[in-house]
Design a protein around this ligand. Structure first.
Ligand SMILES: *Cc1c(COP(=O)(O)O)cnc(C)c1O
Length: 344
């Protein structure tokens, strides 16, 4: 039985076109500015995000870290939503390595943070001590069910940040999913940001890489931060080539992932013990609760039945992606139903 892997869109394999592009990529030492493929990817990424410049990094985590190290000096603080990937998975990077302080503001169930709560914190920004120098947002929101946050909600938060003279960073790991869900463009969603990072290695199916986009000055700073983190690149056209194919060929097909996620959510809602509101699924992430058995028992039993899922405890998460077809969703639902029934 072939397992149906719904753990994450990070499990996507590079497409045949990507493998071919990798094989044929023109490469050079990126530190010396000799890699034309990296330059092309960075120019494309900046253009898609409506920014002046961009820099390739190895991961979304490095993208967020290099961005915030550029916005914040050691000892500075930044504000971030309580359910953010930055809080749950990058705390040690930001606080431990970056020596910056993280101030959390409660997320609502859709991943949004209240601009007024942020304004109050910024009004109290001390003249001495740890100054708040950045505000962060995430779109789509990973832990909040892949919710897409609109351009006007983003603008409202950005305004509060900018009114206080503070930078605004967007963790747009899945910004193309957000743009698709909202029928807009990534540039529209990034319009009010000083920096945005997005992943080439998730729904866009690249093997490695994320890109930071922003003003020319900011990206120069981010390049320095990247160097400090040991992230300087050499013949990185090898991975940039796949990223270019991702941007050119893998964005439109995200619509299939979103459609599959909705079918998945609707099917899950009919399974005993699973609680989910299918209408809350905006993109390719499906998060739900289980009742009558624990998330871990459910995950294990699903695995035995050939469906791989992850816990976003206390919830369970399934993610649709390149390589998962509609038939796989039907089959995954059948196997998941068997798993759930066997636990009750
Ligand atoms: C995956 C993810 C990241 C980190 O990306 P990596 O490439 O895994 O380091 C950051 N933010 C969000 C919202 C993510 O989903």
């Amino acid at each position: 039985m072939k397992p149906i892997d719904l753990r994450s869109d990070t499990v996507t394999q590079p497409s045949p076109a990507m493998r071919e592009a990798i094989l044929n990529a023109d490469v050079g030492d990126d530190f010396f500015g000799d890699d034309p493929t990296v330059k092309r990817l960075e120019a494309m990424a900046a253009e898609r995000m409506g920014k002046e410049a961009a820099v390739l990094v190895v991961s979304g985590t490095m993208g967020n870290l290099a961005s915030l190290l550029t916005h914040c000096k050691p000892g500075d603080s930044f504000i971030v939503g309580s359910e953010a990937h930055i809080v749950h998975h990058e705390l040690w990077s930001q606080v431990g390595l970056g020596q910056v302080n993280m101030i959390q503001v409660d997320n609502d169930a859709r991943g949004r943070i209240d601009p007024d709560a942020v304004r109050i914190l910024l009004e109290g920004n001390p003249d001495s001590g740890s100054r708040i120098t950045a505000v962060c947002m995430e779109n789509t929101h990973n832990r909040c069910g892949g919710a897409a946050i609109t351009a006007s909600e983003t603008a409202a938060l950005a305004k509060v940040a900018h009114d206080a003279g503070t930078a605004f960073h967007l963790d747009g790991a899945r910004i193309f999913n957000a743009a698709l869900a909202l029928e807009t463009t990534p540039a529209e969603l990034a319009a009010d940001t000083d920096s945005i990072t997005f992943c080439l290695s998730k729904g866009l199916s690249g093997p490695v890489g994320s890109v930071i986009c922003g003003s020319g000055d900011f990206i120069q700073g981010a390049r320095r931060s990247r160097s400090i983190l040991g992230g300087q690149m050499r013949e990185a056209g090898i991975i940039a080539a796949a990223g270019i194919v991702g941007l050119e060929e893998m964005v439109d097909r995200l619509a299939d992932d979103h459609a599959n996620a909705r079918v998945l959510a609707q099917g899950l809602a009919t399974i005993p013990g699973i609680r989910i509101l299918p209408e809350t699924v905006d993109s390719n992430i499906v998060i739900f609760d289980v009742e009558g058995y624990t998330p871990e028992a459910f995950r294990q039993r699903c695995k035995e039945k050939g469906v791989l899922v992850t816990g976003v405890l206390p919830h369970v998460r399934m993610v649709t992606h390149y390589g998962i077809e509609r038939e796989d969703i039907d089959e995954a639902l059948e196997r998941t139903r068997e798993a759930a029934l066997s636990l009750l």
